[in-house]
Design a protein around this ligand. Sequence first.
Ligand SMILES: Nc1ncnc2c1ncn2[C@@H]1O[C@H](COP(=O)(O)OP(=O)(O)OP(=O)(O)O)[C@@H](O)[C@H]1O
Ligand SMILES: [Mg+2]
Length: 641
Amino acid sequence: MLLRCPFVTSCGDRRYLLSGLDSKTHHTATLEIQVLGVAMKSFKSGNGASSVQLKNHITCCRSSKEDSSSSVRQDEISVHGVSNKVVGVLGGGQLGQMLCQAASQMGIKVMVSDPLENCPASALAYGHVVGRFDDSAAVEEFAKRCGVLTFEIEHVDVAALEKLEQEGVDCQPKASTIRIIQDKYLQKIHFSQHGIPMPEFREINDEESAREAGDSFGYPLMIKSKRLAYDGRGNAVAHTKEDLSSCVAALGGYGHGLYVEKWAPFVAELAVIVARGRDGSLSCYPVIETIHKDNICHIVKAPAEIPWKIKELATDVAQRAVRSLDGAGVFAVELFLTKDEQILLNEVAPRPHNSGHQTIESCYTSQYEQHLRAVLGLPLGDSSMKIPAAIMYNLLGEEEGEQGFALAHQLIGRALNVPGASVHWYNKPEIRKQRKMGHITIVGPSMVNVENKLKSLLSKEDKISDGLSQATPLVGIIMGSDSDLPIMKEAAKVLDIFGVPYEVRIVSAHRTPELMNVYAKSAHKRGIQVIIAGAGGAAHLPGMVASETPLPVVAVPIRGSQLGGLDSVLSMLQMPRGIPTATVGINNAENAALLAVRTLAILYPEMQARMIQYQQDMTDDVLRKGDKLMDLGWEGYLDSR
Ligand SMILES: Nc1ncnc2c1ncn2[C@@H]1O[C@H](COP(=O)(O)OP(=O)(O)OP(=O)(O)O)[C@@H](O)[C@H]1O
Ligand SMILES: [Mg+2]
């Protein structure tokens, strides 16, 4: 039996018929193949114009020709995933690979089109058509095999996409969006017309216009290629006007299509991933910070450690930018944060993005799953973070060839020993310097925790530093003097029972006010989540710390020689509005620690289970004593103690 279809499928006697486009005749070349087993194999038609990777052994094939009109999209393929549409992705790099991973979880079938036979997505895709995504015939042929067409790269043949859209092919996001985005200069014009704040920019066509731009914008001056730019490869920085000609030459000359941007004096680079569903609904991921090295994304920190009002501003700019574009999917909006707290747009990618890799481990819905949901018209997922902090490190090729692979794998080996680290390797057949080969995401309870783990991982020491095994303190126990320690140590003992990492410090509101200030302002950045502060003498420490920290502060009133600690309790109760301080009974540091554990249990379910056990143990203890009292009578009970 032979099954005729424009797509790989299975039939009774394990024979298949495939069709692909003959690049010379533009007729469909149909190949009959016989399949055994389930291993992956690829093959090409005679002239190599089109080939499909199968997840089966191919033992023989023959080719025939037929009219290309027969190669229309057919929905006869039986698909029973979360959606029955086949998602076609132009591009089969690492982004395509991670889209396939997300798709497999939901039983969604993803076909990729990529010129590289061994492209990263090929091993995971439901089908891989070997074809250039900037070749209109290949794009057209591919699109007709898919229920919805989307992208992992914007450098595709957009005229072909527009034609396909007119013919009814469902492109998400829309071809008009790809047209705007793939030309960075057009992109800048588009966003400026929509009132999005950006560094000033100007087209340059010759030496004179370049010099004029330099005079007007000043130096350093960012020169960019309009098209086919990624990973900083289309950028050159002119530090003085003398640099202009060499920068222009490095970018391929004026004929290549260049423009300049005024230097953005940024203090941080941020990004917001915005998802838009087919119904127009938007869902934004938390603002993240990207750190670039040599124009290539090096590290991503999630969430960005910036004031809330800047997060709101960044999210607002990102949403406005995305609203100005058409179609569904995720969009990565790259932003600059300037010293004067302005947000400027750098560029937008209409697809999953390097700055969103960490969403796989850190968010309820990864950007890859979200993109699939969006383009398929499924409800958007929750884009919030499910853990407090994540850091992503791009594994770039350090050397060419085997040496490069060996170095990368040394780092991977170390990462496998880091708690909270996940390794992603893109399976690229060749390694080159600065090429993105994989990435490592580390998640944890605080940014300082994941940063320390990354530092330890990247240090060149043979062994991953012991720092890794030392847990970051979650509770800070502070007191104004060592005379409070006999009371405050009880808090430490309780935290030991619950296995909560803590630090004990002397920080005096009166004798070391500056240290107290620094402590209060930085504790949350170091991963501390609750502060327990001794309130002795004038009882200033907990209140002053509470006014500087965003963390919950629990005061332990210390019994003093004059007023018995009542002065401290009342002082804590009388904190002014807006600066809350919890307080426990006089000298009751145990309760302060138990309150800290209950607060942490919101984040750590294991701690809550331990707390329930602790409460049960207390109940059992009291019941046991009650039984004993009944058994022995009060006199016998007292005698037995
Ligand atoms: N106007 C500017 N002023 C200062 N720095 C800039 C400017 N434009 C770009 N950069 C720097 O160069 C980096 C890369 O720029 P851009 O995003 O335009 O390039 P790209 O090739 O698209 O990079 P990617 O593929 O990583 O997004 C930016 O992340 C930023 O660090
Ligand atoms: Mg960029």
